[in-house]
Design a protein around this ligand. Sequence first.
Ligand code: ATP
Ligand code: MG
Length: 243
Amino acid sequence: MTTLLSVEDLHVSYGKMEAVSGVSLDMQAGQIVTVIGPNGAGKTTLLSALMGLLPCKGRSRYESDDLTALSTEERVRRGICLVPERRELFSDMTVADNLILGAYTRWRERRAVQADLDEVFRRFPKLAERRRQLAGTLSGGEQQMLALGRALMAKPRLLLLDEPSLGLAPLIVREIFRIVVGLRELGVSILLVEQNARAALETADFGYVLETGCVVHSGPAAGLAHDPRVIASYLGGKVEPSS
Ligand SMILES: Nc1ncnc2c1ncn2[C@@H]1O[C@H](COP(=O)(O)OP(=O)(O)OP(=O)(O)O)[C@@H](O)[C@H]1O
Ligand SMILES: [Mg+2]
């Protein structure tokens, strides 16, 4: 396996307040890696820093390059794509136009963009049915699908997903995570930030637990899902007293 992303001792601050305090993480190409943790743990801050949207200290490498030397635009061109927590769709534009805007870095390749649009509509039949509907009138689940579809239009190699399950009913959450697994099969590597620890650990290959800016546990996702400390804090289970 090849290492796609390697972050070492990352620190991110808002003024005097440090929100990410020495995080290290690794991602292999083709993996789904999840970062779970409670409100305010620093998950969104971590993704913003990886996108180059916030200044940070520490070392990070993407493929064989120093990530910190790349501007946000260069990161986008290199295939890093963020699907933000609030989805940030263009609500007064149609589903189809939102998707086409996802390919803005490739606007010269009209034929390829059209083919990709057809592929996204094949993958998300619900979006195809609603291609002329305004994005702002979609349901929450459909908006999340549109956000994922728009990200796919950028031909990402590394997708940073910020709480794709936020505000969605359990059945839709399952559908969204099935889509995420489908993206891995396409060869996209995924860094999945989630508060829904159960769904995230069922989906991911490897996981990190972030609390107040620090990684407190990490390991293969299946192992974390059976770790009594993770169960007690994040999976709503009881830890049996050891005798
Ligand atoms: N722009 C900002 N200015 C100052 N403090 C901020 C800013 N953004 C986030 N913070 C603080 O940084 C800490 C981490 O926030 P962050 O949004 O990264 O958490 P999170 O893990 O994504 O939480 P949630 O699960 O609620 O989305 C919090 O204490 C938050 O109040
Ligand atoms: Mg967040």
